[in-house]
Design a protein around this ligand. Sequence first.
Ligand SMILES: Nc1ncnc2c1ncn2[C@@H]1O[C@H](COP(=O)(O)OP(=O)(O)OP(=O)(O)O)[C@@H](O)[C@H]1O
Ligand SMILES: [Mg+2]
Length: 483
Amino acid sequence: MSGPTVLIVDDERTLARSIKTFLTESGYEAEVAGDAEKALELLESFRPDVIFADVRLPGMGGIELLQHIRDFDSSIPVIIMTAYGSIEGAVEAVKLGAFDYLKKPVDLEELKLLADRARETSLLKQELSYYRGREARKLPFAGMIGESPAIRAIMEQARQIAALDDTPPVLITGETGTGKGLVAHTIHASGPRSSKPFIEVNCTALPASLMEAELFGHERGAFTDAKQSKIGLFEAAERGFIFLDEIGDTELPLQGKLLRAIEERMVRRVGGIRDRKIDVRILAATNRDLEREAQAGTFRRDLYFRLAVILLRLPPLRDRGDDVLLLADDFMRRYSAKYGKDVKRMTTAARDAMLAYTWPGNVRELSHVIERAVLWSQGGVLEAEQLSLSNMDATAMRVSTGNTGAAASAGNGSAQTDSSADPGTPIAPPGALPPRGTDLAQWEKSMIEQALREANGNQTQAAQRLGVSRDTLRYRLKKFGIQ
Ligand SMILES: Nc1ncnc2c1ncn2[C@@H]1O[C@H](COP(=O)(O)OP(=O)(O)OP(=O)(O)O)[C@@H](O)[C@H]1O
Ligand SMILES: [Mg+2]
């Protein structure tokens, strides 16, 4: 089965059949019902995307049918067909929620355009309701910054991928905060599908059972709360992108379903019996070493290989040389403007400290560090102390022993664990407080954010690392507005 589905409700058999043939040739899948009762039966089994119904039918009429369809699923667009001259019925139908009306004798081209438009509008509506349901993610700064060879190579690859309309899935790996999300957004924003949806799914956010319904949609009655059928995110992303963030955290049964969606470009709603064809590009990201997990059997090998046909490995910030300074300058300018400050430069000591620091939180951490420093700055120059880099001591040792850091980790995409911070050791506060004092609450907030990052968002682990109970952590997350 394939293509969007159309149900034609008309007792004029010849007409209904010719509409069916025409739509089938145009890539639709069409079905005919001779009366309203048959149409209502087909709602369940055929799940039409668009319905054409004659206003005059034997038994229950078109208008009453329209009301039943709207009770069943108000998102299905219904087009009422009327005989030439009887426009009143059509106007009433539109008032009652019909998508549009079509005059008989039917012009097949016009009918098809109407079907296309109805389908497009209903997809758009569903997308909109999805977007309304969550705050649209705003990128603080558009564009990727970096001159290091590894980053330049990634940007070039991303450009090439973006230019193509149809490529295999892309897997973006790298430690937390290295810019995986930014790369995914950039691929979408700079390609031919930029005006189409970009739907971001955080695979850790929901338990697997809910995740399936969220991704693939569900039919009415599929489970107790399913009063209405609901489109899934794959369908909502039609002709655009779906970005499966933290893909490494999906559970095995769901991995199988994802593989099928990717390979066959089909999805089936929970509780549904019909496969729906999708035209969606897939991006995925993870900060875990999926290759190793695939070998160990904790992540499906076939899914890994399917996803990793195009693999973009983002190196950690500590391996990007002077990019740290380029990024820091850019953040400094932007945060200066944002907070109405006049910070223009950094001392050499501040620059050296940034080059020597290991940046376990990568670019995100750098952005926070500069934001904090700019916010508290009093003059036009940022000093090393104002950066409050927390593992200065460890860094000094790393530099003095000539260890150049985790170059190997950039090559194998392994994450997090390469960070020089020993998870068992508490992070030492800076030796001296900044001259103008510090903000304890801000400090606490950064610590919590760091603990969460290092625990990959796992609150129980983060709480353990901070030496507080989970409830305390929850309370503080709320207090500081940390997501
Ligand atoms: N090369 C870059 N140039 C400019 N900004 C960047 C760059 N890389 C990352 N950023 C910024 O750093 C922040 C973190 O990046 P992003 O959210 O993309 O990281 P991530 O790898 O997805 O992290 P996580 O694994 O925690 O989800 C974002 O605000 C992003 O815009
Ligand atoms: Mg991300």
